[in-house]
Design a binder for this molecule. Structure first.
Ligand code: AP5
Length: 218
């Protein structure tokens, strides 16, 4: 099963993608996480990506597409995967389609986690991410057991550089301009489903599982 998660920055794509990956035992592939790991390790790719990410801009397709295609070609992706943050624009979606078509394959589901901009701004300001393992929390909705400390690895939780209010506005502009057209792109292919991402995360997940099991048509 090959799944794409769509939605604005902070809509909950990553939260839901992790839950899907656990339930269906498929890899969760986040291009944002791949870039953040490269930044943490000080790679040339990470340094280049950071300049764009900190401004709320997309990393150029020349850097992003190859990383993603290399990742989905790995052995653990043979039974499918859930993509979180890719594709981010129509050219990325077209490359992915072309590469999958060469293998007589294609995306099975595109799930749009729909959350209005005003909720997004509140969510991003409250998100805290682990400096070491990248696990995410929220100061109101998903609190760690000890304030400021990651439950998973015990390291410090911080506000992501690109979650600062001045950058979130830019990310939303980029989303509406470049990423939102993908909703229409996948709708025309007949594989788009939309879930109301403003509800509790378990309720959102319940809807997604019904979609993936074919028991819900939204
Ligand atoms: P990326 O890491 O992909 O960031 P994003 O798409 O902006 O998404 P986020 O990770 O910010 O949010 P999310 O939707 O996953 O929400 P989450 O589940 O964490 O990309 C970062 C940057 O990398 C981009 O800006 C770009 O520069 C670059 N990049 C990445 N991919 C690229 C590509 N393909 N091409 C070019 N550039 C690329 O949830 C958010 C918060 O809300 C959390 O605190 C969470 O706990 C909370 N929450 C989640 N669900 C709920 C709920 N139902 N109710 C209440 N709170 C909730």
């Amino acid at each position: 099963m090959k799944i794409i998660m769509l939605g604005a920055p902070g809509a909950g794509k990553g939260t839901q993608a992790k839950m899907i990956a656990d339930k269906y035992s498929i890899p969760h592939i986040s291009t944002g996480d791949i870039f953040r790991a490269n930044i943490k390790n000080g790679t040339a790719l990470g340094m280049e990506a950071k300049g764009y990410m900190d401004q709320g801009l997309l990393v150029p397709d020349e850097l992003t597409v190859k990383i993603l295609l290399d990742r989905v070609a790995q052995e653990d992706c043979s039974n499918g995967y859930v993509l979180d943050g890719f594709p981010r624009n129509i050219p990325q979606a077209e490359v992915l389609d072309r590469e999958l078509a060469k293998l007589n394959d294609g995306i099975d589901h595109a799930i749009d986690v729909d959350v209005p901009d005003e909720n997004i701004i509140r969510r991003m300001g409250g998100r805290r991410a682990c400096v070491s393992c990248g696990a995410t929390y929220h100061i109101e909705y998903i609190r760690p057991k000890t304030e400021g400390i990651c439950d998973v690895c015990g390291k410090e939780l911080v506000l992501r550089e690109d979650d600062r209010p001045e950058t979130v506005g830019k990310r939303l502009d980029v989303y509406h301009e470049q990423t939102q057209p993908l909703i229409d792109f996948y709708n025309k292919k007949g594989i788009l489903k939309t879930v109301d991402g403003t509800r509790q995360m378990q309720e959102v997940f319940h809807d997604i599982v019904e979609i993936l099991s074919g028991s819900k048509q939204i």
